[in-house]
Design a protein around this ligand. Sequence first.
Ligand SMILES: [Zn+2]
Length: 204
Amino acid sequence: MLRWMRAPGIFKIFFPSFVWRYNSGAKKVYLTFDDGPIPESTLWTLNLLKEKNIKATFFCVGDNVHKYPELYQNILTDGHAVGNHTYNHLKGWSVDTQRYIENVIMASDLIDSKLFRPPYGLIKNSQAKHLLPEYKIIMWDVLSGDFRKDITPEQCLRDVLKKVRPGSIISFHNHQKTKANMQYAVPRLIDELKLQGYEFDVCR
Ligand SMILES: [Zn+2]
């Protein structure tokens, strides 16, 4: 399932109104964590971000917010940004537009945000059209590959470092399956990017 999360470059041509990267020219990066909040990973992430004194953006699944409201509250209390990632982590291409939009609205009862990220990066034109007046659709230009079983944590880190440039939106996950790669790569990535003079900001 997780392998579908790569967004081919061609999507950028079809969806120019989505945010793929921030082009302000500032030497900033935007760390994002999808699919939480979950106890196995989100608390660890929050502690790390606190220790490194940086902010990030969490694209939350409504059902997880419903299950772990305290964790969700912790994200907000720590000053991070949140975004809507549907209620049931729906794959846009596999469901009709009405069901998709209803699922986003259901999540919006729990997640107060005007940011949206489609699960798997897959969304139909008709679904995007419905959401765009309300939401800023935030994609990424650096997909960490933390969900890949065929790479080592070291390679995950190397791949991200190779792709990062000013304004990059970097995608990681708060998911059980991505824990090993993510927990190795993110702290080292933060340290290295700080050394290179990058600042960390939240999506908006
Ligand atoms: Zn997701």
